[in-house]
Design a protein around this ligand. Structure first.
Ligand SMILES: *Cc1c(COP(=O)(O)O)cnc(C)c1O
Length: 387
């Protein structure tokens, strides 16, 4: 039955599971850390202890595996970073990885500081340049290519299928950080990736009240088992309350993501012609360098993240963020409330992010309120700084 149902239906009903004991529509939260051993010394229910496994976490993982059509299943972690780092556990000292020049800042920092300490070499490549990626592969040494598309904070688009081909030709794996697209807009495993990772903190949960991460795998092989072991032995599993909240959030993923992408596209089109905006970075715009590839590999639109480069530089960008009343001046993304952030300030020294850039995470508020607020902030800041 579930084979013929659409993802919207399955996620809305959390796979249609009904609690056997109570007939509850919403599954109970399993908090027990330990389980009774059978008289014959077995654990016939399949649960032994709370660190490797939890029934509430499994419920959410089943939904995530369905959303990603993941042959190996999905694993939830205590954060997006913990999920990402677990993927790098497939590497050994002496291995080489390719990572994007434009990517989630904290992970880039971890690659540079922590992964290199383990004796793994990292090369940062412009992932939107397929020839450059192919040239950067070191045959016999490159074991993993990590991409992020759309990529923070310029929303750089990487061709998942093309990079998967390069990776597989070199006998390497491809992992995709698809946090921004969410499974509503993109299914990287179907495009040829081996692993897909999300900060479930963002679009998947959607309510800015859970920190969580997920990795889903295309097939259950030795590399997938390395990730399974890393979580199991390292104890990086998500807590049951967070898994429950995430499950509640995911039920409305398709509604939220559709509304947010619609408003983001609307705002992008209007901001392009705003006199105080020098550039709008949004993959849905035909002027975006990755638009054609995004149109091919994304569905239902182009996501809810865009950036604007403000006329008048960093001072005006910061003044604009200071002048908003409806948008929240905060980091993170993918929640129902819209956020604005001067991105260079949080990324700090050495960031490739332009200092006139404001990152916008579009929520579900009325789009006219969002536009009017941004327009008054851009205008007010311009008057104040006499741009
Ligand atoms: C937030 C984010 C992460 C990290 O997730 P956390 O849950 O904050 O650890 C990784 N990648 C992207 C694209 C993100 O936006």
């Amino acid at each position: 039955m579930t084979d013929t149902l659409r993802r919207e239906t399955l996620v809305a009903q959390a796979m249609g599971r009904i609690d056997a004991a109570t007939r509850a529509v919403i599954a109970p939260i399993h908090v027990s850390t330990t389980f009774i051993r059978d008289a014959d010394n077995q654990y016939s229910a399949g649960f032994v202890y709370g660190r490797p496994d939890n029934a509430t976490v499994r419920e959410a993982e089943a939904v995530l595996a369905m959303l990603e059509d993941a042959g190996a299943g999905a694993l939830l972690f205590g954060s997006g970073m913990a999920a990402a780092i677990a993927v790098f556990a497939i590497l050994d000292a002496g291995d080489h990885v390719l990572a994007p020049q434009i990517m989630y800042w904290a992970l880039r920092h971890w690659l540079l500081t922590e992964l290199t300490r383990r004796g793994v070499d990292v090369t940062f490549v412009a992932m939107d340049d397929v020839a450059a990626v192919a040239a950067a592969v070191q045959p016999g040494r490159t074991r993993l290519i990590w991409i992020e598309t759309p990529g923070n904070p310029l929303w750089t688009i990487t061709d998942v299928a093309a990079i998967a081909e390069i990776a597989h030709r070199a006998d390497a794996k491809l992992a995709v950080d698809a946090t921004v697209a969410s499974p509503y807009h993109m299914q990287p495993l179907a495009l040829g990736a081996d692993f897909v990772m999300h900060a479930a903190t963002k679009m998947l949960n959607g309510h800015s009240d859970v920190v969580a991460g997920v990795v889903a795998g295309a097939r259950d092989d030795a590399h997938w088992q390395r990730i399974v072991t890393t979580r199991k032995l390292g104890g990086a599993i998500l807590g049951p309350f967070e898994a429950f909240l995430l499950m509640r959030g995911m039920r409305t993923l398709f509604l939220r993501a559709a509304a947010q992408a619609g408003s983001a596209a609307d705002l992008a089109a209007r901001l392009v012609v705003h006199p105080m905006v020098a550039a709008v970075l949004y993959p849905g715009l035909e002027t975006h360098p990755g638009h054609a590839i995004a149109a091919r590999q994304m569905v239902n639109g182009f996501g809810s993240m865009l950036s604007i480069r403000v006329v008048g530089g960093a001072a005006h960008a910061i003044a604009t963020a200071a002048a908003v009343r409806v948008w929240h001046r905060a980091t993170s993304l993918g929640g129902v409330e819209s956020l604005i952030e001067h991105r260079a300030s949080i990324e700090g020294e050495g960031t490739p992010c332009p200092d006139d850039l404001l990152r916008l995470s579009v929520g579900i508020e009325h789009v006219e309120d969002l536009y009017a607020d941004l327009a008054q902030a851009l205008h007010g800041a311009a008057v104040a700084s006499e741009v």
